[in-house]
Design a protein. Sequence first.
Length: 497
Amino acid sequence: MKVERKCKIVSKDWLNRDAVYMVLEVGDMVRTSWKGPGQFVHIKCGDSLLLRRPISVCTCQEDQPEDLLSIVFEVRGEGTQWLANRPAGHSVDVMGLLGNGFSMKPEGRYLLVGGGIGVPPMLGCAQYTAKKSTAIVGFRSKEKTILLDHLEEECAKVMVATDDGSLGYHGFVDALVRQELSEDKNYDAVLACGPKPMLRNGVNLKNPVVVASGTFGFGREYNQFYDLGELGGICAKGLTLHRREGNLAPRIAETPMGILNSVGLQNPGVDAFIEEELPFLRQFDTKVIANISGNTPEEYGVMCEKLSGAGVDMIEVNISCPNVKAGGLAYGTRPELAAEVTKVAKAHAGKTPVMVKLSPNVTDITEIAKAVADAGADALSLINTLRGMRIDVNTGRPILKMNTGGLSGPAVLPVAVRMVWEVSCALPGMPILGMGGVSKGEDAAQLMLAGASAVAVGTALFADPYAPISVRDGLEQIAARKGLSKVSELTGGVKPW
């Protein structure tokens, strides 16, 4: 079986400004090497470049005298630019077919999910199942779309999402996938190819408003005001592996437009939470998000394993708490350590999604965000509190016993909006829980327009227990006023100058 050969370019077309569709004559490559849709080839791009470029196969066809296959690639550097410049009739050095492809049956019915340059392999899957499958595809904008006409010909149904709303659903493919699976559960499997954020595990909230960890306890007190099922989710009070009494008082101080706190993660420990508090929270129609802090990666791993086994809906990994002397601050401000903790959490969380809570007390929050995203985080929450200090001018002593604490409340909202926007731009498609200074619908809308998928209400709860309900209702009113069909369409809608 010949793996490497010279292959003639039969045709070449530009699908958009960056993407090229190319058909190759490949000898008997399909007849001898094809295992299933989703394989790829390695193409030598120029004489001066050592590394071949891996490119997913779009479609394959057995033919005589030579088999045909099509590829789609984006021009991203010197090698792919060289390949894009090759005219029809020229030959290129191709190694393939490589990889095992997807495990599929021709008679099967699949939900095919593709994002950006991950869409082409889905066309091959669609052809293989002869118009029985459904495709959900996502792109940054209408100008970036590719292969839609081909998919329409090969699929029973095609749905499109764009990040900016210029075509189809305004948002990400995960929302369309959840909607489709809630309406049709008869697919043999979901097959996906695309950027990392698109492939992450997630949680579907009934509405985009949750309560922030550390401000809601375990919900028992607030349940006296309203049904906790009104909330999209509850981030429970921060947990540690063992019971913790917290810091000495005074540990809360008011500031103009906010509060400083150095509570120190007082909590009953993860085992007590699972035994005593989780059953109470499970009574309500809302998502339960467990927040954890550890002094070592091993502690994070043990807690993730316990909480995943107990059936929480999501785990929020706090690597950024500014009022704990051991562990949290160091992990949250160093990309390599943040990534290490994230990897450990993901390895022990099973199928439970992991959300990493980021510290604003860094030079560039996008560096930390990228590190934990590359390490496998399913979502990000930001921002945690800003480190601050107040001093009693009469005594000359800091008001907080621990000297410094975390600043929260309305004063931090502009910082939160800016950081959510920066992270959203750096990691398109990454689910973000935005928090920091939210007390009304307009505050939450700012965070969503900046790129947040959902928002958390925290400090505002101390002044108004009904704040999350008011924020939820305010968001719905803003969305209606803007002519949007749902609140989620606010996400990423900012229009920078």
